[in-house]
Each structure stands twice: as C-alpha cells, then as structure tokens.
Design a protein around this ligand. Sequence first.
Ligand code: HPA
Length: 271
Amino acid sequence: MTLQEKLLETIQYIHEQGVKEVEFGLILGSGLGELAEEIEDKVVIPYANIPHFPVSTVVGHAGQLVYGTLAGKKVLAMQGRFHYYEGHNMQVVTYPVRVMAGLKAHSLVVTNACGGVNEGFTPGDLMLITDHINFMGANPLIGKNEDEMGPRFPDMSKAYDESYRNVAKEVAASKGLHLKEGVYMGFSGPTYETPAEVRFARIAGADAVGMSTVPEVIVAVHSGLRVLGISCITNLAAGMQANLNHEEVVETTERVKVAFKSLVKETLAKL
Ligand code: HPA
C-alpha cells in the first residue's frame, strides 16, 4: 500500500468519527497533554483504533487524537507523539502530520519537553523555537518524493513562522511571562546527551536539546503548514546539573503546565 492509499483510509476513518474542518494540528509533548482536556465539543480517537496509526510506547503519553474547539479554533490534538527512539522510522514518526495536512490543517503547533543548553535558561522556562538543527541522523523526507505532497528540496529558511512567533511573544509579554527564544537541536535519544555532546550543541548554536519535534516540523514544512513551536525547558542539559532523569522532566512540566496551557491557548486565539 502506498503512503497516499494509507492516508486516504486513515483520513476517511477520522472523518467518520465526526472530525470535520481542522485548522490547527497540535502535538502535545511529555507532560503537556493536559491542554487537550480543555478542548470543547470533543471527539476522542484512541490511536489504537485508527487504521495505519502507530501505537505509542511512552509512559505518560495518552495516545489519542482529540478534536474540537480550543480558543475558538478547530484543532486536532495529538495527546502523545511518536518518537524515533521508540524504533519507528521517520515516516512513521511523522505520519500524523501527514494526516493533519490531509485533513486540511493550515498550521501546526508543536510542543515538547527539552533540556536547556543556553546558560541563561532555568528549568521551568518556556522557549519559543526560532529554528532547529536536525542532528537525529535521519530525515523523514528521505526516499522517493511525492510531488503532490510537497517539494523534493523544501526550503527550511523560515520553518518557524515569524508572524506566529511575534504573536506568541506579544501574548507572553501581556501576561508578564518571560518567554525565552532559541534553537532546538534534535538528537535521536533515547539516551540523554553526554556533557561533551551538550558542549558541542552549544558551540553549534543550540539553546535546547531534545528527542522530538524536528521530524514533525520537516514534514509540516514539506506539507506547506505554518509552524509554531514551544518548548518547555524541563532541566538543564547534561553536564550543567548533577544528573538527569525522566522524573524531573515530568515534575517540571507539571509545575509549569498552567502557564504553558494559557500561553498556547491565548496565542492560538490570536493566530
Ligand atoms: N535532553 C534530551 N531530551 C530531553 C531533555 C534533555 O536534557 N529533557 C527533556 N527531554
């Protein structure tokens, strides 16, 4: 079965569940999935029921699509994403973004938990993603290009929409929230980085490191979606604090989720 044939079946199934117009796709990262609970007139679709959808293996990820209205916008949210480190190939990791594009979403709001590399960052900071470095060792567009889906050589010069970023900054300022900005560098994981890798990331121009987002944004750009990316700095990256663990990542997202949710919602309202 070709990718297009699979997509048609997936999209038909999602339509049959009551999903109509979609404006914004939302990918909610580790600990950030609660935002989906604020979606009104919900349609909830477990990934396990969706034809051709992979199944999430990460604890703390609900593994469902939530459709409805958020901040007056029609959204389709992923409560839990697929990661390269789970063993999925990049086409699988990004399949939901293809589905969002197929459902005619015009934009993607992508969120994640990540480690702070910039010495000015503190755990609990929210960071607007200005750009990324693909250091995952793979690219979801490798293989034959389907020209009707997007260009062979997508331009990544403006992957993270500047006017969306400006809106997020205005919203943050109006709330007295110190929104950081920076470059997200994607590693494959599942190991956290070594201190040497973190020093390398800083020299390379990264402000934060994580294990997601990059493939999804590449496919979003390929599909012509406008992208807004917001990271939660859950910890300082390796070598900048005593040790790293997933519990701290979860604790930090828990601590900042109110600010995170209101930033995303209020920004969405103005997009
Ligand atoms: N590195 C990579 N991914 C992460 C981190 C980190 O320090 N924190 C949360 N996700």
